[in-house]
Design a protein. Structure first.
Length: 548
């Protein structure tokens, strides 16, 4: 689990909610416990991928989402345990018990806070939420997912601080999806600045946005850093840290060196391959963040021969997950048998499993009509079984992992070419020409961070194929869609669990994606950073409470 820190009782309690924590550090008593290299009032964050945008409705990866959450706010978040919803722009979390959700699940009422202002001083109202929903659904905008939002039939605003959503059908993850902690965690944007525009894709706002959040953008030096300053009028309380500098450092080894030289206070989302190295860095806490997340090997089912389930199953039998976990994660992860992690209530045990079995892999490929050529590479109708694997250049773990998978595929006669891309191109939205969203790949190694609800419909339903969602594998199954519909329209957990059992059985049989491992996201931080307590979706949900 996570390493343990003994800085304060409060810090220990926050860490225990996620796993456990520790640190390797020395305390400078001459500075009252603060390390001499800590810059009081300034936090320095290292990120690997330069953002395309600071507009939270256009975020295409967790880095952009993290930065967006420092500047903007959702309606609802969750605490560090991931079990308790916490109101943000909403003044209270709607539930069946308090009447915020109607008994039939078709009406959701949000009561909004009265004391919220945008960074330019304009009051926040329900009109901003209505506009943001319209912007997400606007086909002219490069938003990545419509999941949940497309189920809103109409919206009422009986007064400036009340929003009523009328749903087309019940949607059980609604509170954690609609401006909540979902797999596409959108925040609310200002109606008064954006409503008159035909689209929000390429506008000055995306570089110097106006939010309601705890921090304002001071400057963005492209390719180098972003400076944020505290919003002294933040409605939840003035942030304790006055300045945040987000440093763009494409190479993870450089980030580790900057941790060693104390030029960074937080390396955002270190990859598992660095875990053993990070244990040797003095004066840092290693926080392991439990998340509904999995490292995945996607197969583009729209590309022959991957449209043949036998080929996909053969590839799954070829990949040795345990070997990859041992070689690449340093013990920070667990080999996965499905997308939903074992700690989640919806995890299923009644699934197809693929232990390494080269004989089964070869037999399935032979059934699909592939026979060895003169050099051992499989051929069919004169065409070699040659595939392209893509991943992001900045992630050391993945770039090493795809090379190992390339060698594994070679053992059964599959030729694989590896291509690495900058994250901005690989993870770009459909409108931005992103490699995954536009389907310009055969196989890909990436990761996926979901919300606090097990809802995985954005990844695996027919309607979520790009540009309408994140179903990059282009998987489509009527049976899976039917089970997803039941899981998303019933509020009873036992009923939802049975639906997810069927979903996972279908996914592990049809194998559009190979789950590789369940990570615990490594967040190396300065031990002087107080109240750092990531929830299962984002580490910055309580950034206004941090101190250093």
């Amino acid at each position: 689990m996570r390493y343990r820190s003994a800085r304060t009782i409060a810090r220990i309690a926050a860490c225990v909610l996620l796993a456990a924590c520790t640190k390797v550090s020395s305390v400078d008593t001459a500075t009252g416990g603060r390390h001499t290299w800590t810059q009081a009032g300034r936090l320095r964050i290292g990120i690997q991928a330069a953002p395309n945008t600071l507009n939270p409705l256009l975020a295409g990866n967790t880095t952009e989402a993290m930065i967006g959450r420092l500047i903007f706010d959702p309606l609802v978040t969750v605490d560090a345990s991931g079990t308790k919803d916490v109101p943000v722009l909403a003044s209270v979390v709607p539930t069946l018990e308090n009447g915020g959700i109607s008994k039939d699940g078709l009406t959701i009422t949000y009561h909004l806070r009265h004391n919220v202002k945008w960074h330019d001083g304009v009051p926040f109202t329900a009109k901003d939420v209505v506009f943001s929903i319209h912007a997400i659904l606007n086909p002219n905008n490069n938003t990545e997912s419509h999941t949940g939002y497309e189920l809103i039939a109409k919206m009422d605003t009986p007064d400036p601080y009340t929003l009523v959503l009328h749903m087309k059908k019940p949607f059980s993850p609604a509170i954690d999806t609609i401006f909540g902690e979902s797999d596409s965690p959108y925040s609310v944007v200002p109606e008064h600045l954006l409503a008159a525009l035909p689209n929000i894709n390429n506008i000055p706002f995306n570089a110097m946005p106006i939010g309601t959040g705890p921090y304002k953008v001071e400057r963005w030096v492209r390719g180098d850093h972003i400076d944020l300053v505290a919003n002294h009028d933040y409605f939840l309380g003035r942030p304790k840290i006055e300045h945040i500098t987000i440093k763009i450092i494409p190479d993870e080894n450089t980030e580790v060196n900057q941790l060693r030289t104390h030029d960074l206070d937080w390396q955002f989302e270190a990859s598992p391959n660095l875990y053993n190295v990070l244990k040797t860095v003095p004066d840092i806490d290693l926080v392991l963040q439990n998340r509904n997340e999995f490292e995945r090997f996607d197969m583009n089912t729209a590309h022959p021969p991957l449209d043949d389930v036998r080929v996909r199953q053969a590839i799954s039998y070829t990949i040795d997950r345990a070997k990859l976990v041992g070689a690449l994660t340093g013990g920070s992860a667990a080999a996965a048998d499905e997308d939903l992690p074992a700690f989640l209530w919806a995890h299923s045990d009644d699934i197809t499993r693929y232990p390494p079995d080269l004989a089964k892999a070869r037999a399935l490929l032979a059934q699909a009509g592939w026979t060895p050529g003169p050099d051992g590479i499989l051929t069919k109708n004169g065409k070699r079984l040659s595939l392209t694997i893509v991943t992001n250049l900045s992630n050391t773990t993945r770039t090493k992992g795809v090379v190992q998978i390339q060698a594994m595929l070679q053992t059964v006669g599959i030729e694989a070419d590896v291509k690495t891309y900058q994250g901005t191109l690989l993870f770009g939205t459909f409108g931005q020409g992103g490699i995954l969203q536009t389907g310009k790949y055969d196989l890909s190694w990436t990761g996926w961070v979901s919300g606090v609800d097990p809802d995985n419909s954005s990844l695996f339903t027919c309607g979520a194929r790009p540009p309408n969602g994140n179903n990059d594998s282009r998987y489509c199954s009527a049976a899976t869609d039917a089970a997803e519909n039941e899981a998303l329209t019933e509020f009873d957990r036992a009923t939802r669990k049975k639906a997810y059992d069927r979903i996972e059985a279908n996914l592990t049989r049809d194998i559009p994606v190979i789950p590789i491992w369940w990570p615990r996201q490594i967040q190396p931080v300065n031990p002087d950073l107080k109240n750092f307590a990531p929830n299962p979706v984002t580490a910055v949900w309580n950034a206004y409470q941090w101190d250093i």
